[in-house]
Design a protein around this ligand. Structure first.
Ligand code: HEM
Length: 331
């Protein structure tokens, strides 16, 4: 049900964008005003949420530990799985952010009913699909700099020519565009086909996937079917940067679908689970070293402890203690 609701929501959004071709005013709204406002919401939203996280107090060290802690010199510790210092934290974060190391260790539970046994099997499909999706999206977005920057940076041109290395189709089909669509397709099918994953999936899980798929497919079709005029697109995009509203000319429905779905993504991003991208850097389970035993950490807002020493106690009950024959420390 959640999957269907999200599919309908994204389809309605796409249809809404198609109306943009009808008039000059709508072209201006969908092609310039909405993307500009959406980008502003994205920037302010992400900065606000990240600032809020950054200001949250972290009184205790709670790093996830998955290996031997540093202790006695003759016990071999695992610096990447249980970092004792900043270098280990940086190493672990680097592998996590760029290669999803913890997902690489993903396991699947399997029930062998006839033997009454539970099996935990390592499975790499999710990891492979997540890597393919995130990396190809990064490269696709990076390639988009050719629309935003003039002259096009050399590094963007190099990545572009490597991406189109196979020289298939006119215009050339980029490997990462295909990989992006295929990996998103897998991530969606996984939620729909696996009963356990389907059970825990929320409408928002599907919404993000349909939205990204909508963006990727409309972009792909725009390049290969509609054959959009990049010069016109650049004029509209340059308008966003200089706060001038320029309606894109010579583009069709697919362009408006693409840009409107990207605008929805921009607005949705700061308030959704997609914010895990900056969030991983602020996660105390990942960004802290486990030096709990080597160093004493005191909670900074502990109230001052007002103690009551033995001497003070004796002083307070002095008469009563003397009357009961108690031998006092202080005569
Ligand atoms: C405001 C932001 C964006 C604008 C103005 C934009 C514009 C465009 C244009 C004009 C094309 C056609 C390219 C060509 O004919 O060579 C395109 C293609 C494409 N776009 Fe976007 N896009 C934006 C954001 C995104 C984002 C965030 C994604 C990914 C999630 C994306 C994914 C794609 C894909 C997969 C293609 C297919 C061809 C390729 O890989 O270059 N776009 N986009």
């Amino acid at each position: 049900m959640g999957a269907l609701v999200s599919l309908v929501a994204v389809a309605v959004l796409a249809l809404l964008a198609v109306t943009a071709v009808a008039s000059d005013n709508l072209r201006l709204v969908f092609g310039a005003v909405i993307p500009g406002v959406a980008f502003a919401v994205f920037l302010v939203g992400v900065v606000a949420r990240v600032t809020r996280w950054a200001r949250a107090p972290v009184p205790f060290r709670i790093p996830t530990t998955a290996g031997q802690q540093k202790s006695l010199p003759w016990i071999k510790n695992s610096e990447l799985d249980n970092p004792s210092g900043t270098l280990g934290v940086v190493g672990r974060m680097f592998l996590e952010v760029l290669f999803f190391r913890s997902l690489f260790r993903n396991t699947k539970v399997e029930l062998i009913t006839d033997k009454e046994k539970v099996n935990y099997i390592g499975t790499k499909y999710l990891w492979a699909a997540a890597m393919a999706f995130h990396w190809s999206m990064l490269i696709v977005v990076f390639r988009h700099f050719r629309f935003f920057v003039e002259p096009v940076p050399r590094v963007v041109e190099i990545i572009q020519s490597l991406d189109g290395f196979f020289q298939v189709g006119v215009p050339v089909i980029y490997a990462t565009s295909v990989l992006l669509i295929v990996s998103l397709g897998y991530l969606l099918l996984r939620r729909l086909a696996d009963a356990k994953v389907k059970y825990i999936s929320l409408p928002t899980d599907y919404f993000a996937l349909y939205l990204l798929l909508g963006i990727a497919i409309s972009g792909f079709l725009m390049r290969h079917l509609e054959k959009v005029d990049i010069v016109n697109v650049k004029a509209a995009i340059a308008g966003w940067a200089s706060f001038q509203l320029v309606a894109p000319e010579g583009v069709g429905a697919l362009y408006f679908i693409h840009v409107f779905l990207v605008s929805v993504l921009f607005v949705y991003f700061p308030f959704s689970k997609l914010l895990h991208a900056p969030g991983v850097f602020l996660s105390p389970t990942r960004n802290l070293a486990n030096n709990n035993r080597a160093k004493r950490h005191v909670n900074p807002w502990n109230p001052p402890i007002v103690g009551h020493t033995y001497a003070e106690w004796e002083e307070e009950f002095h008469d009563k203690l003397v009357a009961s024959g108690f031998v006092l420390d202080k005569e």
